[in-house]
Design a protein around this ligand. Structure first.
Ligand SMILES: [Zn+2]
Length: 152
């Protein structure tokens, strides 16, 4: 009985992970984050979704333990916690016959002309700390999560 419930718990953990992946927008976000951390502004410029929508998807990915956020001055960057997630995603690409390779995601590492984020504007000499007007707004609930983490 005890063994059964333990197994069920493990499967539920896996199901939670797959559930978090089960959305085209979230897979697109993870594709952008494949080679490095990015802020909401960059995701918005790269994918063309509205910022509120991206924030919502980021929260779901964060709650599922797939990504984490890091504050740097006025900006919050999102990154994948365990890159092993791309093994799962690449297996899905292989099974569905969609792209499977590193080059498409690498395009997001180059500065995007329509992006106000500090990474894309680094060569324009804008300092990270003085970049107030280009600061990406934090995702709702970010600070709350940080304080919860600290309590634990
Ligand atoms: Zn950018």
């Amino acid at each position: 009985m005890k063994k059964e419930s333990l197994e069920k718990l493990n499967f539920e953990k896996q199901a939670r992970l797959f559930k978090a992946l089960m959305h085209p927008a979230r897979l697109a976000i993870l594709d952008v984050l494949r080679y490095g951390e990015h802020c909401v502004c960059h995701l918005e410029a790269a994918l063309g979704y509205r910022q509120a929508y991206i924030s919502q998807q980021l929260m779901l990915l964060r709650d599922a333990g797939i990504i984490e956020d890091r504050r740097n001055g006025w900006n919050i960057f999102y990154r994948v916690i365990n890159p092993g997630i791309y093994t799962v995603i690449d297996a899905a690409h292989q099974i569905t016959g969609t792209y499977c390779g590193s080059e498409p995601s690498r395009q997001y590492e180059k500065p995007l002309s329509n992006c106000p984020c500090p990474k894309c504007n680094a060569d324009k000499g804008i300092s990270l700390n003085l970049n107030k007007e280009h600061a990406c707004p934090p995702v709702e609930g970010s600070l709350k999560t940080i304080s919860i983490k600290m309590e634990n």
